[in-house]
Design a protein around this ligand. Structure first.
Ligand code: KG4
Ligand code: ZN
Length: 346
C-alpha cells in the first residue's frame, strides 16, 4: 500500500510517499527556517504564504517517480498546528483526493512524530513509551496498541524545543535554538552553572519556563545587570566562553530532566520499547544519555531527517490508522489548530 503524506503544520512544507508504513520511497522537505530566522521565530502569516508557494512543487517532486494510479491513499496533517499553515496542506490534500478519487486520512501531527519510529525495518514493540519532544509539544505517552494510548504527562508551560529556542535567544544564538545550543555546548562546561529542575505534582509532567528564567537570571548576574536591563542586549555582554558554558549547562539540565522522567516511566510501566521523537530527539546529548541510561530496553530514535517535521511520518501513521479507521469525506476535513493528544479519542 502506497500512501502520499502531506505536512504543513508549522514551517516545513513536506510531501512523501511511503509503502506499507515503513519503506520511504520519496521524501521532500522544504524548510522555511531561513525566512523566519530574521524574525527570531516562526511568523504564522509568513509561514502560510510560504506554504502556498512551495506546496505544489513539493508534492510534484515527491510524486515524480509515481503515477496517481499507484497511490492508494493520501494522508495529511489536520491537527494541531498553525491554522493558516494547516489550511494549505489540507486544501491541497482534499483537492487531490477529490480529483484523483483517492481515499483521504487526516492525522494528528504529534502522533505522526511517534510513528516516525515505525519507518524502517525495526519497529517498536507494544507496549511502548514515547517521549515526544518538539517545538510545540513535550509529552510522555504509554502506547498499549495503535489505537490504545494514555498520556502520562506533558508540559505545563513551554515545550522542550521552545525552551531551546528561547534560551538561544537570550544567549544571542540563532534560530532554531536546538542545533545552535548543541553546537555552542560542544565547547562549554556543563557543570559551570547550576540550573534548577522543576518539581511537578504529576512526576511525568514537565515545566521548562522556570529553567529558561533561571538561565536569564544567571546571565544577568554574570554580566552584572538586573531585570531592568533589556534582555535582548544581555548576550552582547557575554564572552564566547560564558555563552558556551550557559549553552552546555542548559542543555545538560534540559536533557537530564527529560531522561529522568523517561527512566521513571520505564521503571513503573515496564514497556518492551521506548521511543524518543520530535525535533529535540535530534539532540546528540539526549540520544547518548538515553542510550546510556535505558540500556535494558529497546530504544527507538528515528533517523535525524525523521525527527524534525516531515511527511514520511504522516504517511506512516495513516498506514496504521487505515487498519482501524475509515477515510473521510474530502469535502469535509476538520482542521483543529489546538487538539491535545489525550482529547483525540473523544
Ligand atoms: O518537531 P519539530 O521539527 O517541529 C515541531 O513540531 O515543533 O521541532 C522543532 C524543534 C525546535 O524547537 C528546535 O529548536 C528543536 O526542535 N531542535 C533541537 C535540535 N534540532 C531541532 N533541539 C535540541 N537539539 C537539537 N539538535
Ligand atoms: Zn513537529
Amino acid at each position: 500500500m502506497k500512501i502520499l503524506g502531506i505536512e504543513t503544520s508549522c514551517d516545513e512544507t513536506a510531501a512523501a510517499v511511503v509503502e506499507d508504513g515503513c519503506k520511504v520511497l520519496s521524501n521532500v522537505v522544504v524548510s522555511q527556517i531561513d525566512i523566519h530566522k530574521t524574525f527570531g521565530g516562526v511568523v504564522p502569516e509568513v509561514a502560510a504564504r510560504s506554504h502556498i508557494e512551495a506546496i505544489l512543487p513539493v508534492v510534484s517532486e515527491a510524486m515524480k517517480p509515481f503515477s496517481w494510479a499507484e497511490i492508494d491513499a493520501i494522508a495529511v496533517t489536520a491537527m494541531p498546528g498553525l491554522i493558516g499553515s494547516l489550511m494549505v496542506g489540507v486544501a491541497t490534500a482534499e483537492t487531490l483526493a477529490l480529483s484523483k478519487q483517492i481515499p483521504l486520512y487526516p492525522v494528528h501531527h504529534v502522533l505522526g512524530h511517534v510513528y516516525a519510529s515505525f519507518i524502517g525495518d525495526n519497529q517498536p514493540d507494544f507496549p511502548f513509551i514515547a517521549l515526544t519532544v518538539s517545538g510545540g509539544h513535550t509529552q510522555l505517552v504509554l502506547f498499549r496498541d495503535h489505537d490504545d494510548f494514555t498520556v502520562l504527562g506533558q508540559t505545563r508551560d513551554d515545550a522542550a524545543g521552545e525552551a531551546f529556542d528561547k534560551v538561544a535567544k537570550i544567549l544571542g544564538l540563532s534560530y532554531p535554538g536546538g542545533p545552535a545550543i548543541s553546537e555552542a555546548a560542544k565547547l562549554g562546561d556543563p557543570k559551570k552553572y547550576h540550573l534548577p529542575k522543576a518539581k511537578m505534582q504529576n512526576p511525568y509532567d514537565f515545566s521548562f519556563s522556570g529553567l529558561k528564567t533561571a538561565v536569564l537570571r544567571a546571565v544577568q548576574a554574570e554580566v552584572g545587570k538586573d531585570f531592568t536591563f533589556p534582555s535582548t542586549k544581555l548576550s552582547g555582554l557575554l564572552s564566547d566562553s560564558q555563552r558556551n558554558d550557559f549553552a552546555a549547562s542548559f542543555q545538560k539540565t534540559a536533557v537530564d530532566t527529560l531522561v529522568d522522567k523517561l527512566v521513571k516511566a520505564v521503571d513503573e510501566f515496564q514497556p518492551k520499547s521506548v521511543v524518543i521523537c520530535g525535533g529535540v530527539a535530534a539532540n546528540q546529548l539526549l540520544r547518548s544519555t538515553a542510550l546510556e541510561r535505558l540500556s535494558s530496553v529497546k530504544l527507538h530514535i528515528p533517523a535525524l531527517e525523521y525527527c524534525t517535521d516531515n511527511a514520511a511520518m504522516i504517511a506512516t501513521l495513516a498506514y496504521y490508522q487505515s487498519k482501524f479507521t475509515q477515510p473521510v469525506d474530502p469535502a469535509a476535513v476538520e482542521i483543529i489548530p489546538a487538539l491535545p493528544l489525550d482529547r483525540l479519542k473523544s
